[in-house]
Ligand binder design. Structure first.
Ligand code: HEM
Ligand code: HEM
Length: 203
C-alpha cells in the first residue's frame, strides 16, 4: 500500500512533466524555432539542478516501485483487467523510461551537444535507425497513455458509471495516439524539410 501511494504521488509529478514535454514536441508543427523557444522556456524550470534531480529521481522511482507493484500482484490468483493492463503498459513504459533517460542525459554529458529537436529528429528520420526509433517513441507515448487512461477509468467508474468511464478512457487514449502521430510526422520530415547538423551524426 505504501508503494502504491508513493507510486501515485510520484506519478502525478512525472505526468506534469510528460504533458509539458509532449506539448513542446507537438509545437514543432509550427517550426523548429518554435520548438526550441518552448524547450528553452521549459528547461528554465526542469533543468534547474535541484528540480532535475527530483524529476529524474521520480522517474526512476516509478520504474522501481512499478516492479515492486508487479511482484506484489504476481501472487494474486485472479487479476482484474485493470491490473493486467497496468502491468503490461507499465513494463513497456519502464523499459522506455530507462532507455530514454539514459540516452538523453548520457549523450548530453558524453557528446556535450544540445539534446534539442535535431537530436530526436535524426533517429526517426534516418534509415535504418528509424526502424527502431519510430515504434520506440510511439510505444513510449502509447504505454504512458494506456497507463494513465486506465487509472483514470478505474477512479471515476464509481462516480460516473462504466459506460462514461470507458468513453473517458477512449478519448484520452485517442488524444495521445493523435499526439504521437503528429509528433512523429513532423520529426520525420512530413511537415517541412529537416537538415540534421553534422555534429549529431555520432552513430
Ligand atoms: C510515467 C510513469 C508512470 C506513471 C505516471 C504511473 C502512474 C500510476 C498510477 C497513478 C497508478 C495508480 C495507483 C493507485 O492505484 O492509486 C499506477 C498503478 C500501477 N503502475 Fe504505474 N506509473 C508509471 C510507471 C510504471 C511502471 C514503469 C510500472 C512497471 C514497471 C508501473 C506499474 C504499475 C502497476 C503494476 C500498477 C497497479 C498497481 C495495483 O493496482 O496494485 N507503473 N501507476
Ligand atoms: C516522441 C516522443 C518523445 C520525444 C521526441 C522525446 C524527446 C526528448 C528530448 C529531445 C529530450 C531532451 C530534452 C532537453 O534537452 O531538454 C528528452 C528528455 C526527456 N524525456 Fe523525452 N521525448 C519523447 C517522449 C517522452 C516520454 C513519453 C517520456 C516519459 C514517459 C519522456 C521523458 C523524458 C525525460 C524524463 C527526459 C529528461 C529530461 C531532462 O533533461 O532532465 N519523453 N526527450
Amino acid at each position: 500500500m505504501v508503494f502504491k501511494n508513493l507510486h501515485r504521488f510520484s506519478g502525478i509529478i512525472v505526468s506534469v512533466f510528460v504533458v509539458a514535454h509532449l506539448f513542446n514536441h507537438t509545437m514543432a508543427w509550427f517550426g523548429i524555432a518554435t520548438h526550441q523557444q518552448i524547450l528553452e522556456f521549459l528547461r528554465i524550470v526542469y533543468q534547474q539542478p535541484v528540480v532535475e534531480i527530483i524529476l529524474i529521481g521520480c522517474f526512476l522511482f516509478q520504474a522501481y516501485s512499478g516492479v515492486i507493484l508487479i511482484v506484489q500482484l504476481r501472487n494474486k490468483e485472479e487479476k482484474s483487467s485493470y491490473e493486467k493492463l497496468q502491468i503490461y503498459s507499465g513494463v513497456v513504459l519502464g523499459l522506455f523510461i530507462i532507455q530514454h533517460i539514459s540516452a538523453t542525459i548520457g549523450q548530453r554529458i558524453y557528446y556535450q551537444f544540445d539534446t534539442n529537436f535535431y537530436f530526436a529528429s535524426r533517429v526517426v528520420l534516418q534509415y535504418p535507425i528509424n526502424l527502431f526509433f519510430v515504434p520506440y517513441y510511439f510505444l513510449g507515448i502509447l504505454s504512458f497513455a494506456l497507463h494513465i487512461a486506465n487509472v483514470h477509468r478505474l477512479k471515476i467508474m464509481k462516480a460516473v458509471g462504466q459506460k462514461q468511464a470507458q468513453t473517458h478512457f477512449t478519448i484520452i487514449l485517442s488524444l495521445f495516439i493523435l499526439v504521437a502521430i503528429l509528433i512523429l510526422f513532423v520529426f520525420m520530415g512530413g511537415k517541412y524539410a529537416i537538415v540534421i547538423p553534422n555534429q549529431y551524426q555520432v552513430y
